[in-house]
Design a protein around this ligand. Structure first.
Ligand code: FE2
Length: 356
């Protein structure tokens, strides 16, 4: 079956790429953007650099910087109201993931109307992290400038790094993987596995930052076309109920879910071990997969990823929510892409296994 691939039309990738913002807008014929970002980026000087470029190019814009982490439907609807009030022809999102996600949500709502809940995949009840999909989520242009990550703190570097590694692994083992996404995913796994520790330990290590940014980008291109799987499916309810940052809740799950899933796709997981450089030359698939699971546990240890218990999640509350967490995980559709598709009871068992 042919794979359907969506990508930005333009990408500017490399140190200093931010400076290309006015040129990219000109190539797309865009003249009046609403800039979407968060209060941290607004204070950090990065927003000023972007708006300085727009000023210099005499591009008129407005700024919406009141986005929140784990974007709510309310924030997105506020943004859409601002978008509707001006004569904007484009959105420029400056991330953090949450402000980029907010802009995507605004784009979907503005293009299609209705409320955010109408665009959830699949449609269900409230109080959960919604997966939103559709072409309006894909930007016309992307700027990937690793220099903007040099100031990222340790925890964020570690968590977003493991999130990106999870994107690559899940895209590779996904039932919707294709030869096109496989290459991107393997590339990402190699870059991230070899550079994540240095990027965390040495924040000014430009080579490590650049490799991580490239890895995150190719992993993103892989999973947005091959989808994510069980780790992301189970991660969203942990994030929604206990306010664990997205990358961290993935990290808590990744080693155990890999061990659970690997028997159903041994060769694919062995390829992951090889792409990450943790398997020995000529080693069989079973041994390579064992090394992969070991490495994922070791990585969590090295990067100080807490268990849900160590993070402070109350055991009784966790246990009480397990059935609804499992049903939300399944309803998101992501577990259906996993090489081993779990039952609700198996998901509950996996949640219990990662708790301590
Ligand atoms: Fe993710």
């Amino acid at each position: 079956m042919a794979a359907l691939i969506t990508m930005p039309r333009l990408m500017s990738v490399g140190g200093g790429a931010l400076a290309e913002l006015p040129a990219l807008m000109a190539r797309l014929g865009l003249k009046h953007p609403l800039v979407v970002t968060d209060p941290y980026i607004a204070r950090s000087g990065i927003l000023d650099r972007a708006t300085g470029l727009l000023d210099k190019a005499q591009i008129l814009y407005s700024v919406f910087s009141d986005t929140v982490s784990d974007p709510t439907t309310e924030v997105i609807e506020t943004g859409v109201a601002i978008l509707g009030d001006g004569n904007f022809d484009s959105l420029v999102a400056i991330g953090g993931g949450s402000s980029i996600d907010t802009a995507k949500g605004m784009s979907v709502l503005f293009a299609n109307g209705g409320s955010m809940r109408d665009w959830k995949v699949p449609a269900t009840e409230t109080d959960e992290k919604m997966l939103i999909a559709g072409l309006a989520c894909c930007p016309a242009a992307a700027i990937v400038d690793y220099e903007l990550t040099l100031s990222m703190p340790y925890r964020l570097t570690a968590d977003t790094g493991i999130d990106s590694l999870t994107h690559a692994i899940e895209a590779y083992v996904s039932r919707r993987a294709s030869p096109f996404t496989d290459g991107l995913a393997r590339n990402a796994m190699g870059l991230i596995a070899r550079h994540i520790r240095a990027a965390c330990a040495e924040p000014d290590n430009r080579a490590a930052r650049e490799a991580m940014m490239l890895g995150a980008t190719t992993a993103g291109m892989a999973f947005s076309n091959a989808s994510v799987a069980l780790v992301h499916g189970m991660s969203r309810p942990i994030g929604a109920f206990f306010h664990v940052p997205h990358g961290l809740s993935n990290a808590m799950l990744l080693p155990e879910i890999t061990a659970f899933s690997a028997p159903a796709a041994l060769e694919r997981y062995a390829d992951c071990a090889r792409a990450m450089g943790v398997a020995e030359e000529g080693e069989g698939s079973q041994a390579a997969v064992a090394r992969l699971v070991d490495e994922l546990h070791r990585l969590n240890g090295d990067l100080k990823v807490p268990s849900p218990q160590a993070y402070g999640i109350d055991r009784a509350r966790y246990d009480e929510l397990l059935p609804v967490m499992a049903s939300q995980a399944l309803a998101s559709g992501s577990p259906a892409n996993n090489p081993r598709v779990p039952t609700a009871d198996e998901i509950i068992d996996l949640y219990r296994r990662v708790y301590a």
